[in-house]
Design a protein. Sequence first.
Length: 530
Amino acid sequence: MKRRAYQETGLELAIMNRSCIWFWSRQDGKTTGESDLSLYEMMKFKGRTVVFATATLLLGREIILKDSDTLQSALVEMRKDAEKQKMDLQIHDSAKPGKNLTGKITGDDFAEMFEAKRLEFWLYHDRTTFSRTIVIAPNVATARGWTGTVMLDEIGHIPDLRELMTAIKPIMQTNPRFRLIMSGTPPEDDTHFSFELFAPPIGMEFVPNPNGHIFENEYQIPVHRVDIYDAMLAGKKIFHPVTGKEISAEEDRSVDADRDGWDRNHKLTLKAGGTAACGALLLDTAQRRGVGICLFIQIESDLDMDIALAHLRKTLGDGPVGIGVDIATTTKGSSNPTSVTVTEKSGVEKKQLLVATWKTWDPDLANERIKGLVDCVRQRPAGGRARKLATDGTNERYYAISLRRFLAGEVPVEIVVMSETLELPGNPKPVTYKTYLSSRYVGELEDNHLTLPPERYFKEDHRLVKKDRGLFVCEPDGQGRHGDTFTSGMLADWAVESISGAIDSSTLKQIRVGGNVGGTPKFIPARLRI
């Protein structure tokens, strides 16, 4: 079978690496390529199992039947290749183990087995030894039972992709010959984990190339990117949906009713948006600035605390400093961690020099760690103590009060109850403290004012926070993270900016908003409009 240039490149990349991603536009032959790779794996390794997990089986029946037709066409070529190597490729139904159905089923039977997740291909090397490919839906609950090479198709449509990859990781660790091959197009929502997997290095440009383009993503996984312009240079043709006349990519886009969808599926545009409060690309930019300056650390021992304090002493300047504390009392391993952020302001730039998290049931230990950070700021050569420590008193009100007493004379402590409301000048109805402070914090990110720790945990935790109808919400993940670094970050941002006293409608009038001081401002930035 004659392959296009980029298909050859993609297969070579997959064979030369244990993990890779095919980031190909729609209808560019991903299923055919995956079939070729599956056959290669079965031929190369006797007894190998290839798990082909496709999100197609999670979508509508029309898409399932369409992919079934593509798979049937690919199977014809797979059988020819197997015969050349004197091997026998058979179709099997997992509900009828060991029964060869090759040549005994119709196209409808094939589609039914595919939809029912019973379709298997067995490649016999001899009379007693065979390798096989099983076709299933991607499922976290069953992934722990998989073994062999795993191929994840249409990863942008797998709802729990991050958890699925966590479940797959042990499979890759058991045998150096097992592979993980992923493919797909951009998701509609930039909060989906595949958005990060597909994202190229900032500033990378893609000049049309029949071989496509290869880059390494932030997880060090090689990505093969092929958009519609690359594919057309390699021989792909597009035809008008009405006249059937061959047309250019631009003409195809002009007749498409959903041009955003066209850009996503064919041009592979990674459009920031969706429901995430913090855009992935905005976080990436802020984190790149933080390399060597900002540190995220999970504190599990006194040694970790010493490392945190040493970093803070090294990086603190003479600018105003705010400390944000999102306290949590740990009762089990999956409980939310306590998060503390130390932010220093220099002009319009705000550097989160240190973000530390820990889990402990002992409030005295938490107090001593927080005091250690407060003392470290106070002891810097210039700049003096932190101007304020802001702590969340929504669920831990009694602890917040005891912390304020413990730090009396060390630093001003403001307790912020996120559920309480305040009247914001220029807005017709009261808003919660959480909404106001979250809006301010996200606005600083969007205005490119933040410099953030470059660690992955920090980014993933911030990405958990979503905006839903003007409110900021967050669901805990499997590690117990709950946007805790987001909360401590916004509290530190408030601590480094706010005037003295609790925030209310009277003190808000003294805060500079949109270049005005006092009274109702003439202009309120979009990020503050609730």
